[in-house]
Design a protein around this ligand. Structure first.
Ligand code: ZN
Length: 300
């Protein structure tokens, strides 16, 4: 029986049952969408934020073979603190942590890359550059570390934003690449990305993270403020306040049409490889190499 002084977190659940509820949801998502098994080596992409930290913790607790990887864009403010938090968390929970820095890999920090691209007339938002390099470096490192899957901390709120964003921009092809298992076609050179928090609400992960006292900062990336995603995110938050379950409804609809959508885009998406770096790419030179080419003294 629940005691009166116990705080109620979710539909009448107390602390213990709330924790179980979140963990079971992750367990169920992994099984339902066949994300991975206990025999596979899983690399968890960690940012030091609440979602990926909770993800690493829950997967470890459920007995999966995990290691953590983090990309340090070498930007000021939150990144240093996030890295320290993550190191502390991984040490405490005996999770092996791999740290990859933008500076080491490309010769430059994210803000330096942005400046160089600007000076060369390539106008790209911080989030775009960061996203492209992140994706590229994570895949490269995951292959080096012989991981079978790369798990990310995307939750239902993130995914609803992505679905809506691609819908509003008319990017149906990009929408087809979303889902609990990202991508449309399997490729030897591309480590599959999976999202075990797919059905978890952001506010539940936040409560879980606070309950477990994870060393995480709750503010958002300082560079995200002006992105298109942030605009869609804020609209969606307003909408959800007026019409609860909006995000859940978007995802329920999306999951229904996703198999057909993926089938449809499979035909179009023959995987080819970047002629510069050899990573999987839909163009002859991948986005990451397009950015890296603009940087002088590049190391890659
Ligand atoms: Zn490339």
């Amino acid at each position: 029986m629940m005691k009166c002084k116990e705080k109620v977190f979710f539909e009448g659940l107390d602390r213990k049952h709330f924790i179980e509820h979140v963990e079971n949801k992750v367990k169920m998502t992994i099984k339902k969408y066949k994300l991975f098994t206990k025999k596979e080596k899983i690399l968890v992409a960690c940012s030091g934020g609440k979602d990926s930290t909770a993800l690493a913790y829950i997967l470890k607790k459920l007995g999966y073979d995990i290691e953590a990887i983090t990309l340090n864009p070498s930007i000021k403010n939150s990144s240093r603190k996030n890295l320290d938090n993550l190191k502390c968390f991984c040490r405490k929970n005996m999770i092996k942590l791999h740290i990859v820095s933008f500076k080491q890999e490309t010769g430059y920090a994210l803000d330096e890359i942005k400046k160089i691209l600007d000076s060369k007339g390539v106008s790209m938002a911080y989030c775009t550059i960061c996203g492209i390099l992140r994706r590229y470096l994570l895949n490269k490192k995951a292959k080096e570390l012989k991981a079978e899957k790369l798990a990310t901390g995307h939750n239902i709120d993130d995914e609803a934003e992505s679905v809506l964003m691609n819908l509003l921009r008319g990017n149906i092809g990009l929408m087809a690449r979303l889902g609990p298992i990202a991508g449309v076609v399997k490729s030897k050179g591309f480590i599959p990305r999976v999202k075990p928090l797919y059905l978890c609400r952001e506010k539940d992960i936040q409560s879980y993270s606070k309950l477990m006292k994870f060393p995480v900062a709750y503010e958002r990336c300082p560079y995200a403020q002006s992105s298109y995603r942030e605009i869609v995110r804020n609209e969606l938050i307003d909408f959800e306040k007026k019409y609860p379950k909006t995000k859940e409804n978007i995802i329920n609809w999306f999951l229904r049409i996703l198999p057909e959508l993926k089938k449809d885009f499979k035909k179009d998406e023959e995987m080819t490889y970047c002629t510069v770096c050899g990573e999987p790419s839909q163009r002859t030179i991948c986005n990451a190499c397009t950015i890296l080419e603009k940087l002088e003294n590049k190391k890659i």
